[in-house]
Ligand binder design. Sequence first.
Ligand code: NAD
Length: 265
Amino acid sequence: MNETQTVGGAVAAVPDGSLSGRLVLVTGASRGIGAAIALRAARAGADVAVAYHEQADEAGAVADQVRSLGRRAATFAADLADTGQARAMVARVHDELGPIHGLVNNAGIMPQSAFLDISDAEWNEVLSTDLTAAFACSQAVLPGMLEGGSGSIVMISSRLGQIGFAGVAHYSVAKAGVIALAKSLAREFGPRGIRANAIAPGVVVTDMGAQVMDGEVGRRRMAELPLGRFGTPPEIAEAAVFLLSDASSLFLGQTLNPNCGGYMP
Ligand code: NAD
């Protein structure tokens, strides 16, 4: 918070959208929405920990772009479906780059299966990647945030986590779960300066989004949207940086809905 303003006789700090001097850890940052958040956070002044799974080259390119913006960056490999790897990754970030101020739980998968065809293994893989990883990463960053007295945790949920959807029951359940996780963390840690919120995009133009964008079904879905188009990663990144920064100082346990008007809670 930089400027101050006198309001009703009291001097109040004016919150701004800067992330200057802060370290943000973004999971699934090798491509798509995660990469856009990493770059937007760097443009807002943050140093960035680029967490990735198998795409080392892509993650390295994102880190290079962050550095070209004058910020520090490093890449961190982990299969976040494994809570041990998730926790170890957070520890490596802390050791290498220092205290983490912001965490974006973005990594995710969305296999599509009719409900009666979902195997135990597929159910568990989606819940591990899309929900349990957010639990493990949040639990691992919180002690450092508590020590620093502030922090912001952002869950990348989905419109489908609010409405449910045929063919992606596991994904919808996991995305509903991270919304509840954000609310629970906000209630438990808000009094100690840590905010947690969620973002629930509609269809976004990425590799994952391509699964539902193409063909007749995609065209019909797009035509039904009040905005008449799908979202893009940089548009989701705006919401993420808002929630990471002090500009959102009064937001706790909220879900932002950048969804082209596709769902209005
Ligand atoms: P994407 O497939 O382009 O990127 C997903 C990222 O998650 C990749 O970097 C991938 O490596 C990483 N990841 C996957 N499994 C992992 C694992 N086991 N360990 C570590 N990292 C792993 O998808 P995206 O569209 O950029 O999606 C990003 C987030 O946004 C996801 O949580 C997704 O559910 C959510 N979302 C996407 C859309 C959309 O239409 N694209 C809509 C709503 C929500």
